[in-house]
Design a protein around this ligand. Structure first.
Ligand code: HEM
Length: 226
């Protein structure tokens, strides 16, 4: 399977997205090279490989999404904008207008299609992120939808079409590119208006991607799911 090009932007305007992609490229590649991911994207993926992937991703999203989304809906949350001002309700409104939705419910629905219960997750609520970190984290979790489309195509080729339980992989359907473009433009707009600090968004994305990697690497060592 092709790896994402570290240099090809999805939109000409989304400068922060390009910086985020470059900053997180090594971690993304490390994720792609984890054994479970290699099996999934290799020449002979099995239904069990797909079920295992769904369980792993459900653990990741179930752990990370609650605090990231909580930070987005809390305009008074701690953090600093580019000019040192606190993140404003204006920034929170603009993020809310993007209509981002948690993907954990989709993963639970996909697991249910395979007769599997949702994982027991402990939401990562101990250190609520600020708006910059939350946006960096959402870049990571939203961006995986782009890779998801590639993974879905691969699995349909090898496991058959329709692919049972694929609402997570197909999350935005035919609108994935449009969603991504909107997110990129919104991030650039927030940065241009001094409502977020691009460096802090990038630092947040790197931290969250690293957390995703660590969780996947640790969970991947568990015995394979039935
Ligand atoms: C089997 C594992 C994975 C594969 C094969 C994969 C593959 C890809 C591919 C091909 C793209 C580019 C898609 C496009 O530009 O249309 C992409 C983008 C992306 N993926 Fe993955 N991915 C995997 C796992 C993940 C995971 C687990 C995450 C994080 C939770 C993730 C986060 C991202 C992000 C943030 C982008 C957007 C990069 C950008 O354009 O800025 N990926 N992935």
């Amino acid at each position: 399977m092709p790896s994402p090009s570290p240099t090809a932007p999805n939109t000409a305007a989304a400068e922060l997205i390009v910086a985020l992609r470059l900053a997180t490229a090594a971690t993304h590649q490390a994720v792609e090279l984890l054994p479970g991911m290699v099996r999934l994207t290799g020449p002979d993926p099995s239904p069990a490989d797909y079920r295992r992937y769904l369980r792993l991703m459900a653990r990741v999203y179930g752990t990370l999404e609650p605090s990231l989304y909580a930070a987005l809906s809390a305009p008074g949350a701690p953090g600093t904008g580019a000019a040192g001002q606190p993140p404003s309700a204006r920034a929170a409104d603009r993020v809310a207008a993007l209509g981002l939705r948690p993907k954990f419910p989709a993963l639970c629905a996909d697991l249910a299609v395979h007769g599997l219960a949702p994982p027991a997750v402990v939401p990562d609520l101990l250190s609520p992120p600020d708006l910059n970190t939350a946006l960096g984290g959402l870049y990571v979790l939203e961006g995986s939808t782009l890779g998801g489309r590639v993974v879905a195509r691969h699995l349909r080729k090898h496991l058959g079409d329709p692919l049972p339980g694929a609402t997570f992989l197909d999350f935005h359907g035919g609108q994935a590119a449009a969603h991504w473009k909107r997110l990129g433009l919104a991030l650039d707009g927030l940065a241009a208006d001094g409502l977020i600090d691009p460096d802090c968004v990038i630092t947040g994305a790197c931290a969250v991607f690293q957390e995703v990697y660590t969780m996947l690497a640790t969970l991947d060592e568990d015995p394979p799911a039935p």
